[in-house]
Each structure stands twice: as structure tokens, then as C-alpha cells.
Design a protein around this ligand. Structure first.
Ligand code: UDP
Length: 351
């Protein structure tokens, strides 16, 4: 029988791509989203891509424990992928309580239900932000985490630790009173970019984008006047920061590989961590140039001061994910940037 995966935050950017890939591999998906940071555009896109009009969708807030418990009562959930969280670094500095309440309470509710409803596999969407300004690059999963510079980053570290502790504490549960075993995987994403090749789903930033690629595509389409490149005086080859840009469809496939590992009982430990990146550093300037070249256009950009809080360079050692998940990033950065542009144009045509 098909396994069922609950995707919290499933109407968002990464969640919608993951839903598509899960369905493509024969999973049943239940989407839960409070729609606080998205509209139905991507969920409608998911239905079109998959040809499935019957994907269960629940508009709930995972901070509502009763609503979460009801989902676990209604469906036999084999795994949860938890995306539902706030994700803007700057906003988290201004509104720490909002971030701690939302990101921690929602995850605690998911874990409580997972434990109390007979046990479950839980995949947490973590981030390379947990590494901070690492001394040795590329980073492996054993690279020490550094104290976070934002409440957002703190919530990622805290949720990783909460998952690890729950896995440890539930390992001996025997199902009495419904108390089951929780197993967990944290995927540490590097910089997710791009869109589905159909251009039916992609990133939908609200207001002025904080992230580089949405800012690039919005500048190219004329929504923004000029891209500011934050800093060209870093000690890198061209003076701009280095990141590991991971295609969102490749990233989604890593989730399917991790869920399969969990539900098929192939985990080597109750709690595992994997870096999800390409393993290749790309500078901001290189990315801008690649975007121009692959899409045959010129972008209006200027160099400005460094952005406070940015690390100079981070990229992944992906050996563990490659070997253990049997997964590796496949799309080239050019393909990804072409997909990001196709998505921006698709959005413009909807207007
Ligand atoms: N960046 C930039 N201009 C922008 C947005 C981002 O130059 O408008 C740079 C930023 O300084 C960093 C890289 O692009 O070096 C990636 O930033 P993003 O916010 O996308 O992700 P982060 O790595 O900060 O999570």
C-alpha cells in the first residue's frame, strides 16, 4: 500500500516541489499549511503537474496542537516533512518572540503527535545557517555548529536538537498507550533556488525579496530597478560571497530519498543529518553573470556595502548524502537559472 506523507508548509516554495516529487514516486501526500506566507498558486500548480485534483489540503496552523492531532487521527501517517516555519532572518531579529513561538511550538506539536499517535518518521527542514562562518570548507555534517546570529538560525539549531532528543527518548517505546518510536532526519539545505521545469510552481516572495535569485529575476522583469550586490571586497577571487546554490527540484528529490530511507527502515541511526547542496561554491558575481548569459539579457546591478550578518563563504561536502541517500544534485546552475526566469515570466503572464 502507498505510504502517506504529511507535508506541513506544503503549499510553500520547497513544500510544493517536494509534494510533486513524492507523488511522482507513488507516495500519498497530505498537505497542511496555514497560508501565512503563500497563496494557492503553488498548490494549484502542484495539482496541474501531478494531474491529481484530490490531494488532501488542510488549512491549519501547526501551532494549534488539536488541529495537528486531528490530522494524525484522520490519516495513517508514515512520515512527516516539516516545513511550516517563518524564514526571514531580518524579521526574526526584529520579532524574536514571534519566531520562537511559531517555529518551536509548531514543531513540538508535530513531534508530540508523532510520539503519541503510535510513532512516526519525521524529516526536519534545517539549514546550512547552523554552520555560521565555518573555519574549514566545505562543511561536513560533523563541522561544529556555531552560535547563531539570528533567532531564525537559533530556531533551526533548536529544532534539530529537539528532534534528536525526542528520537533518543522514544527509542524504547513499545506502543503502550499509543506511545511510539520517533525517528528523524534533518536535512541541512544550502541555498535553494530555481523552479519546476513546468514553470507552474516556484518561489513567491512577499514584498521586497531578501534572497538573491528572486531579486535577480524581479530586476530582470522590471519589478525592481537595480540589484545591489552586497560587497565586492571579500577575500574571494572576484570579491563577492561564495554560496552553494541547490536547485529546488534536486532538493525535493533529496527529501524523497530521505523519506524512503525512513519508511523502508534503512536508517543507520534513529537520528541522522545530511547536507543538501551541490558541493560547488559559486560567487554572487558568477551567478549574476550566468543568469545574464543563459537567459540572453543584461541585468542592472551595482556593488554596494556588505550586508551585515553575511558569511563570506559556505559550501557543502555532500559525500554523506551522495553515499547514504543515493542522491546527488543533477541540474546545472544554468538550467536552474533558466527555470527561475521562466517562473518569473510565468508570474508576469498571470497578471
Ligand atoms: N545577495 C546580494 N544581493 C541581494 C541578495 C543577496 O548580493 O539582493 C547576496 C548575499 O550577500 C549573499 C548571497 O547573495 O552573499 C546569497 O544571499 P541570500 O540572501 O540569497 O541567501 P543567504 O546565503 O544569505 O542565506
Amino acid at each position: 500500500m502507498a505510504k502517506t506523507v504529511l507535508v506541513s508548509g506544503g503549499a510553500g516554495y520547497i513544500g510544493s516541489h517536494v509534494t510533486v516529487e513524492l507523488i511522482g514516486k507513488g507516495y500519498e501526500v497530505v498537505v497542511a499549511d496555514n497560508m501565512s506566507n503563500c497563496d494557492l498558486t503553488c498548490f494549484e500548480g502542484v495539482k496541474k503537474i501531478t494531474g491529481r485534483d484530490d490531494i488532501p489540503f488542510h488549512q491549519i496552523d501547526c501551532c494549534d496542537s488539536e488541529a495537528v492531532n486531528r490530522l494524525f487521527d484522520e490519516y495513517k501517517i508514515d512520515a512527516v516533512i516539516h516545513f511550516a516555519a517563518f524564514k526571514a532572518v531580518g524579521e526574526s531579529v526584529a520579532e524574536p518572540l514571534m519566531y520562537y513561538r511559531n517555529n518551536l511550538v509548531s514543531f513540538i506539536n508535530i513531534l508530540e503527535a508523532a510520539k503519541n499517535k503510535g510513532g512516526c518518521n519525521v524529516l526536519f527542514s534545517s539549514s546550512a545557517t547552523v554552520y555560521g562562518e565555518a573555519e574549514v570548507l566545505p562543511v561536513t555534517e560533523n563541522t561544529p555548529r556555531l552560535p547563531s546570529t539570528s533567532p531564525y538560525g537559533n530556531t533551526k539549531q533548536m529544532c534539530e536538537d529537539i528532534l534528536r532528543d525526542v528520537v533518543f527518548a522514544t527509542a524504547g517505546n513499545d506502543g503502550a498507550d499509543g506511545q511510539g518510536v520517533v525517528k528523524g532526519i534533518a536535512l541541512r539545505y544550502f541555498n535553494p533556488i530555481g523552479a519546476h521545469p513546468s514553470a507552474l510552481i516556484g518561489e513567491l516572495p512577499r514584498g521586497v525579496p531578501n534572497n538573491l535569485v528572486p531579486f535577480i529575476t524581479q530586476t530582470a522583469i522590471g519589478k525592481r530597478e537595480c540589484l545591489s550586490i552586497f560587497g565586492n571586497d571579500y577575500p574571494t577571487e572576484d570579491g563577492t560571497c561564495l554560496r552553494d546554490y541547490i536547485d529546488v527540484v534536486d532538493l525535493a528529490k533529496a527529501h524523497v530519498a530521505a523519506v524512503s530511507r525512513m519508511v523502508e527502515g534503512r536508517m543507520k541511526e534513529g537520528y541522522e543529518i545530511f547536507n543538501v547542496g551541490t558541493g560547488r561554491p559559486v560567487s554572487v558575481y558568477e551567478l549574476v553573470t550566468a543568469f545574464e548569459n543563459v537567459n540572453g539579457l543584461k541585468l542592472n546591478y551595482k556593488f554596494v556595502d556588505r550586508r551585515p550578518g553575511d558569511v563570506m563563504a559556505i559550501w557543502a561536502d555532500t559525500t554523506l548524502a551522495n553515499e547514504e541517500l543515493g542522491w546527488k544534485a543533477e541540474r546545472t546552475v544554468e538550467e536552474t537559472l533558466a527555470s527561475a526566469w521562466a517562473w518569473e515570466k510565468h508570474l508576469a503572464e498571470q497578471k
